[in-house]
Design a protein around this ligand. Structure first.
Ligand SMILES: [Fe+2]
Length: 153
């Protein structure tokens, strides 16, 4: 594995991983908002599901940050950096179950594209560790997207 000092491709990968880290932090907080403000007949299902999702997201955040450190980079760590770096918007309060799931689906579709772009860059940089990390993330995100779409049918 090459570090930032040895390889500018690693630098590109670390920078893209920081983008993902910021995106996942905003996604995490969006899920907490939706978990807290859920109302109505889908409350029990979505309150629990969003908790499961944000718990997964927090694990992803940690994996991304530690991968950045392994590559010799510095993970973004402040809320100000997350807001300025992320391409995801912080959600407003949503209590309607369908609208909440639509938002989570849109966030996941963005994340999937972003993870796939980073996966390609990591492959080009011959960074197999990042490829392995992101490969699992692609599969689990695709499965989540299928489930969210099923909920909305
Ligand atoms: Fe809770």
């Amino acid at each position: 594995m090459k570090t930032l000092n040895e390889n500018t491709a690693a630098n590109v990968v670390a920078s893209q991983l920081n983008q993902l880290l910021a995106d996942y932090q905003i996604y995490y907080q969006n899920l907490r908002t939706l978990h807290w403000y859920a109302k109505g007949r889908t409350f029990f299902a979505l309150h629990s599901k969003f908790e499961e999702y944000y718990t997964e997201a927090s694990e992803v955040v940690d994996e991304l940050a530690e991968r950045i450190l392994m590559l010799g980079g510095s993970p973004v760590h402040t809320f100000a950096q997350y807001i300025s770096t992320s391409k995801l918007q912080e959600t407003e309060v949503i209590s309607d179950g369908t609208k909440a799931v639509e938002l989570v689906l849109a966030n996941n579709e963005y994340l999937l594209n972003s993870v796939k772009e980073t996966f390609k860059l990591a492959g080009e940089a011959e960074d197999e560790g990042t490829v392995a990390l992101l490969s699992g993330l692609i599969g689990s995100t695709e499965k989540r997207i299928w489930m969210l779409k099923s909920f909305l049918q």
